[in-house]
Design a protein around this ligand. Structure first.
Ligand code: PEP
Ligand code: MG
Length: 566
């Protein structure tokens, strides 16, 4: 079995078609008739633009607007006056068009590849596509045509480019395997948009695959099985059928409200880690974002993001969500989330230590920078602030005081913000659950973080195998904590969501309905599934199940009983 990055879910079974890279080799040479060479370059650019426009149109019809926009971006790139004039200058000094184009593109590729963020690094792939396209025109080499491939083809290629997929007959492509690209690469975006199972970043494809090999592509797990035996083939064929049937059944819930069987409405939000993930939340039919984990903006870099950078990131998510709620959680570092450049001391007990809201209150300037950025972004949508790891009233009051200070500063600077911005907390510690009635009076909303709440309630570290048997949201202690939080919020009349992984557990959903949860926040891919699960339950049935669950004494009994009810 080969391992890669599962970038587009589903199981594909078919025959390998290895797409060889077309040769774009040329011999650099000096030109004397520079005017003719400039015309040759301009003609090639014209042809490239015309072809790309055609492909963008096709892609718009077959795949989607976002994918077509990638190609429109390629046109803007080659039309860039700086890029064109620099290439023409090189040609004027005697460099052949191919080499001048390559020099300029390679310069941009180098700059973009060195960037810190994924988004800018992705621009390097765009320049590579543009370079290959225009070089192809200059050399008269045509790209592979994917409109003619036979049924059940599994494409094996170095990279899947938008222009390759423009003419693709997607019903004939069973799967995609590439050598490069991660979850956010173009190959991944395109495969997901085409709904073709894909595994990316598989090293040395030319060594592993040859045409006509039978292959299974498990895009959900990121596995590839070459020349499977009969038993494996039968297993995966059954898995593929189940996947397709489940997916089709979920489509009925797209574009619908989230209602239980009595017609009571719930909010169904998504959890995100980067502003661009908001696109996925919208695509997956999320009704907003219930948790934006901002720590990812602080990771994989060498210094703190400044106010401007953070403002742009939060604003971007708000704009993508077009007025749908965006709950931004302030920096939640420490514990299992390390940020090296902050130089935090190693602690004996990091999960109990200097982290999240505790760290932020103590590092006020860092905290204020983030709060100001969030406040400024609140002009662009329904942005809300959420503090992590709260354990006592003082933390909420201090956090809210800092929000007010930031508002006053922005006012003085003449910068806009929503004065009525909602401020809520993650209820994810045992202490917060126990004083939820007191906290509810000081907060605009709660969101239950079961990932931490389970660990803190059971006093167990889920990374430690020896105590992992304790880590379950079906533990009676955890269920009572959840019940207390929800009831306290309901009594105070504030919304209460759940953004821990447990929110998407079908076995927990009837209990959450019975307790009175008002919002679910789940990973985007779980959205339709959770909407379907919520629709199954009347309050009466959920109450009946919950009454029995709350009479049980062990997590094993709870889990066993719930299995019989789902
Ligand atoms: C949680 O603790 O449940 C939660 C959603 O936060 P995180 O997983 O980021 O700690
Ligand atoms: Mg947490």
């Amino acid at each position: 079995m080969l391992k890669g990055v599962g970038a587009s879910a589903g199981i594909g079974i078919g025959n390998v078609l290895v797409l060889e890279d077309i040769s774009l080799e040329y011999t650099p040479h000096e030109v004397t008739d520079t005017a003719a060479e400039t015309t040759r370059f301009k003609d090639a650019v014209d042809r490239f633009i015309k072809n790309t426009e055609k492909q963008a149109k096709k892609l718009l019809e077959t795949t989607g607007e976002k994918e077509a926009r990638i190609l429109e971006g390629h046109i803007s790139m080659i039309n860039d006056p700086y890029m064109q004039s620099e290439i023409e200058k090189q040609i004027a000094s005697g460099t052949c068009a191919e080499e001048a184009l390559e020099n300029m593109c390679n310069m941009f590729i180098g700059v973009f590849s060195a960037a810190d963020d994924d988004f800018t690094r992705q621009r390097a792939a765009d320049v590579r596509d543009v370079k290959a396209g225009v070089l192809g025109e200059l050399l008269g080499v045509k790209e592979i045509d994917l409109s003619e491939v036979p049924a059940d083809t599994v494409l094996v290629t170095r990279e899947l480019t938008p222009s390759m997929t423009a003419g693709i007959k997607k019903e004939n492509i069973a799967g995609i395997i590439t050598e490069t690209g991660g979850k956010t690469s173009h190959s991944a975006i395109l495969a997901r948009a085409l709904e073709i199972p894909a595994v990316l970043s598989v090293p040395d494809i030319s060594e592993h695959f040859k045409n006509e090999d039978k292959v299974i592509v498990d895009g959900t797990a990121g596995n590839i099985i070459l020349n499977p035996d009969k038993k494996t083939l039968a297993e995966y064929t059954a898995m593929r059928e189940t996947f397709i049937a489940e997916k089709n059944a979920l489509e009925v819930f797209r574009g619908k409200k989230t209602l239980n069987a009595d017609g009571k409405e719930y909010e169904l939000f998504c959890n995100i880690g980067k502003p661009e993930d908001a696109v996925k939340a919208v695509e997956c039919d999320g009704e907003g974002v219930g948790l934006f984990r901002t720590e990812f903006l602080f990771m994989d870099r060498t210094s703190l993001p400044n106010e401007e950078e953070q403002f742009e990131a939060y604003k971007k998510a708000a704009i993508i969500l077009k007025g749908k709620p965006l709950i931004i959680r302030t920096l939640d570092i420490g514990g299992d989330k390390e940020i090296e450049y902050l130089g935090l001391e190693k602690e004996e007990n990091p999960f109990m230590g200097y982290r999240a809201i505790r760290y932020c209150i103590d590092n006020k300037e860092l905290f204020k920078t983030q709060i100001r950025a969030i406040l400024r972004a609140s002009v662009y949508g329904d942005v809300r602030i959420m503090f992590p790891l709260v354990t006592c009233i003082d933390e909420v009051r201090q956090g809210k005081r800092i929000v007010e200070e930031c508002k006053a500063e922005l006012k003085l600077q003449g910068k806009g913000y929503n004065n009525d911005i909602k401020v809520g907390i993650m209820t994810e510690t045992a202490a917060a659950a126990v004083i939820a009635d007191l906290l509810a009076k000081e907060c605009d909303f709660f969101s239950i973080g079961t990932n931490d709440l389970t660990g803190y309630t059971m006093s167990c570290d889920r990374g430690n195998d020896k105590v992992s048997y304790l880590y379950s949201h079906f533990q009676p202690a955890v269920l009572r904590m959840i019940e207390k939080i929800i009831k306290s919020a309901n009594e105070q009349g504030i919304p209460v969501g759940m953004c821990g992984e447990a929110a998407a557990d079908p076995m927990l959903i009837p209990i959450l309905i019975s307790f009175g949860l008002t919002e679910f926040s789940v990973s985007p891919v779980s959205t339709l599934k959770v909407r379907k699960e919520i629709a199954k339950w009347t309050k009466e049935k959920a109450d009946e199940i919950t009454a029995h669950v709350m009479s049980l004494k062990t997590q094993g009994e709870v889990a066993e009983y719930l299995k019989t009810q789902i």
